[in-house]
Each structure stands twice: as structure tokens, then as C-alpha cells.
Ligand binder design. Sequence first.
Ligand SMILES: [Zn+2]
Length: 277
Amino acid sequence: MAREKAKDPSELTVEEKLKNLYSLQTMLSKIDRIKTLRGELPLEVQDLEDEIAGLTTRIEKINNEVVELKREISERNNNIEVNKVNIARFKSQIEQVRNNREYDNLNKQIEYAELDNQLNEKKIAEAKTLVEEKTRSVTDYNMQVNDRRTDLDIKKSELEEIISETRAEEEKLREESKNLELTIEPRLLSAFKRIRKNSHNGLGIVYVQRDACGGCFNKIPPQRQLDIRMRKKIIVCEYCSRIMIDPELAGVRLDSPVAEKPKRRRSTRAKKAETEE
Ligand SMILES: [Zn+2]
């Protein structure tokens, strides 16, 4: 296949090597952009799912508390009924007492039962207030869950859309870059990959832009720029180690040069310090 037709990578000229490397960079940057595009969405989907799970747990907990409160209310209502029956019985017994001791005793029992019912009524009122409050917050949380579910559905379909839209493109790019990698010397390729990995923007090879490195924007001395234009050896940026390529070879059309000098100028001392690093 393509592999058989390709020349031995070590036989390629520097110019060809740089060109291949730059094509590879272009493909890998496209893959990086696809990854960034959907990179945020899986996280957002995960966050929403976690939030819904948290809210659902909270709702369950409150619902259990409501069940417990309602159980307490019915228990206290039963107690009230029992006390009422007892009070009625004590009141009928009191009609037939034979001595003061019995009379006092029954009176005390009635008093206790009445006090107990007052307490039951108070606790029932408190529990009912709590049930109302908790029911209201369950309604609020349910509304929040519905909102998050709507968001989740939107994010999920966005993600699915991106994945289905970019899947073919990504697979094609991966396939092409794999083939291209075969045309690059292993040593150069691994150096390139290492630079790319250490670079925040994933650029391992950059072109000269306004007399500066297109990766770190440090000035490139005229002699070095000339060497890059000659395409006779692989030149790296002395500040960021990125591989340098002549814009023309990279197929880049640069904007017409700006007459004014760059605003930000680096002192020779700063340059020197970085070179020594
Ligand atoms: Zn640089």
C-alpha cells in the first residue's frame, strides 16, 4: 500500500521531512480541535447527572422523614382516642366512688390523660407544620430535577451530534496521520511528539512569523532565519525547542509585514537568561 510506495524516511531531504512533519502537525491540530470541541460536554453531562443524583437522594430522604412524621401523627391521634375513652370511663366511675381516696385517684388519672392529650395535640401541630414545610421543599427539589433533566437532555443530544458529526472526520484524520507518521524518521517523530506533548497548544512544529517563533513568539536572529529558509537542516527554536519551518514550505501565506516595530520588546538580558536555561 502507501507504505510500499513511500521512500525510506531517512532518505528524504530535510525539506521533505519538514513538509511531512508540518502536514502531520496540521492533522493532529485538527484532531486536537475536535477533542476540545466535545471535551467540555462530557464533563458538563457528568456534572448534571451528579447533581440530579444528589437532588434525588435529598428528595428520598425528605420523603422518608415525611412518612415518619405522618406515622407519628397517626400514633398520637390513636393515643388521643385511647385517652378520651379512658377519660369517659373515669368520669362515669367517679359518679360511683365510695371514698375520697378513690375520688382523688380518678381525678388525677383524668388530669394526666388530659395533659397527655394536650401534649399530643401540640406535637401533632408541630409535625403537621414540618410535613407542610418538607412537602414544599420536595416540590422545589422536584422542579430543580426537572430543570436539570431538561439541560441534561440538551447537552446529551449536543454531544451525540458532535460525536456523530466528527466521528468520520476524526477517523479519517487518525488514519491519515498514522500513514504520514510512517514517512517520518522515528527519531524525528519521537522528538516532535515530545515537544508537542510539552506544549500547551500542541504545536511541535511552527513557522517563522514576523521574525519570531510562531510557538513562543521570541525573536529569531537573522542568521537563524536564513538557515530556516535554506531548508538544509532541522532548526529548533532556541527558547521553546519547537521545530521551525519556513512559512513558504509550510504553505502559509503571511499577512503583509507590519511597518511598525512590535510593541513588546525583550531586553537582551532576558533573552540571554532564557538562552542559558
Ligand atoms: Zn519558540
